[in-house]
Write a protein that binds this ligand. Structure first.
Ligand code: BES
Ligand code: MN
Ligand code: MN
Length: 458
């Protein structure tokens, strides 16, 4: 491993320069006008996988954006096969005016590289590519069998991925799945994530009168859909942060006593957290700590709300329609379809008869808990010790990677979540960036990880 480490250290700056090419492609999966860019990005990933020495590299078309696959299976049957999953698509850039530098012109400032997708998830995918390339250049081989699966629809709910996995179970068969698409707990705190939340994303549309009305002539006589929507939203949660939807908590996997003790041991500074958010008081479900609320408990939040007059000045109008986007983060065991149904029934139940209410489900995904006692996890602990010089912590995260559940159910392979982002790197928001020390240590860690995995007796 010394030669590989030296190669990675010597090429630290080259790897950063190369990463820029990947970050320059505006692969925004949700924007129809970026469809060509997403395709270009898939081609970029394909070329890169070939360049680093993977074989059988293919771009698989789907009804949406392409999936890229590559493999190297010459380590032998007695060595583990690892499937590396990541995504090359990124979130939209709006509000663009809040970016300090253009989102697709990667900019290095201090310890960070700024660009959309730098942390989520291109930078982390690149970590795996450069680790593989370093092994290949030094040893002309890899210590384990590798399969690489990089998709282009993660940020829009991985619409076509489950079917691809179901149709290609043999191609994707593996002993472990490794995903780098989460964050470290904090600076200098290497982390292994063992739990992700699920998601149910809804839209509520409220219709009052059949057209916008003069609020002087009609106000007081008909219900206002914005008022009605506000009334509905106010009944979804109580003032102690508890969700009021009937049956919502029925399937919740509660945190164990041991887990809560582990949460309490994490190096978390609540004052600093509040300062970072410029907030004087936190809010969440009564009876739980901030960390538990943000990753181990389910939530309900409005993501957007609109209707009526939005311009400058005043217009006296009683609008015909009002809308809200409402999402619920779920914990393992909660089924998105069931929660969508409970949400819809409850909203209908509490809606005033004086308006029409339509509830749509936009998308959803299951949460996951991954085992923390597998040989694959022990190898990750050793690898992170070598890459970061300290033992990792085990954490649950609040975000969602629905395919992790699919890997567990369809491939029956334990998934290991080794993330190298940081919670304050502005994923999904303006000025997204990735810490370059973590990028470098990530490459070292993953190079070691492949080596540690090769020691596992199958
Ligand atoms: N990388 C994130 C998931 C994530 C975020 C994990 C924070 C851990 C901490 C992923 O790209 C993402 O944004 N997922 C979406 C999923 C959704 C579109 C189904 C999310 O969590 O909102
Ligand atoms: Mn991601
Ligand atoms: Mn994301």
């Amino acid at each position: 491993m010394e030669k590989i480490e030296k190669h990675i250290n010597d090429n630290r700056n080259n790897f950063i320069e190369e990463l820029k090419k990947f970050l320059e492609i505006p692969s925004i999966s949700t924007n129809p006008e970026n469809k060509g860019d997403v395709k270009k990005c898939a081609e970029y990933v394909k070329d890169e996988l070939k360049n680093i020495g993977l074989e059988n590299v293919k771009v698989y078309e789907t009804p949406g954006h392409p999936i890229v696959y590559g493999e190297w299976l010459k380590a032998g049957k007695d060595k583990p096969t690892v499937l590396v999953y990541g995504h090359y698509d990124v979130q939209p850039v709006d509000p663009i005016e809040l970016w300090t530098d253009p989102p697709f012109q990667p900019t290095i400032k201090g310890e960070n590289i700024y660009a959309r997708g730098s942390a989520d998830d291109k930078g982390q995918v690149f970590i795996h590519m450069k680790s593989i390339q370093s092994h290949m250049l030094i040893n002309k081989s890899l210590p384990i069998n590798i399969k690489f699966l990089i998709e282009g629809e993660e940020e829009i709910g991985s619409v076509n991925l489950d079917k691809f996995i179901d149709d290609n179970k043999e191609l994707l068969k593996c002993d472990y799945v490794v995903v780098s698409d989460t964050a470290m707990f904090d600076h200098d705190v290497p982390s292994i994530c063992y739990g992700l939340r699920g998601l149910a994303y809804m839209q509520v549309e409220v219709t009052g009168p059949n057209r916008d009305l003069h609020s002087g002539s009609f106000g007081g006589a008909v219900n206002n859909p914005i008022n009605a929507l506000a009334h509905i939203i106010s009944k979804l949660k109580d003032d102690k942060g508890k969700i009021l939807i009937d049956g919502f908590y029925d399937d919740v996997l509660n945190l164990t006593k041991k887990e809560r003790e582990e949460y309490a041991r994490l190096p978390f500074d609540e004052k600093k957290y509040m300062k970072g958010l410029e907030t004087d008081e936190l809010f969440g479900e009564e009876g739980y700590t901030t960390l538990e609320r943000a990753s181990g408990r389910p939530t309900l939040d409005c993501n957007g709300i609109w209707g009526g007059f939005q311009g400058d000045g005043a217009k006296t109008v009683l609008p015909s329609k009002a809308f809200a986007k409402i999402s619920m983060r779920l914990v393992p065991n909660q089924e998105p379809e069931k929660i969508e149904k409970l949400f819809t029934e409850y909203v209908k139940k509490i809606s005033p008869k004086s308006v029409k209410v339509e509830v749509k489900s936009l998308h959803g995904g299951k949460g996951a808990i991954t085992p923390i006692d597998s040989p694959g996890v022990n190898a990750a602990v050793e690898a992170l010790k070598k890459g970061f010089g300290k033992s990792p912590v085990f954490v649950r995260e609040g975000g969602s990677i629905p395919v992790v559940n699919t890997f567990q159910t369809l491939l029956k392979s334990p998934t290991i979540l080794l993330g190298f982002g940081l919670p304050d790197e502005n994923a999904h928001s303006p000025d997204e960036h990735l810490n370059l020390n973590n990028f470098h240590r990530g490459i070292l860690s993953i190079a070691h990880y492949f080596n540690e995995l090769s020691k596992i007796k199958l």
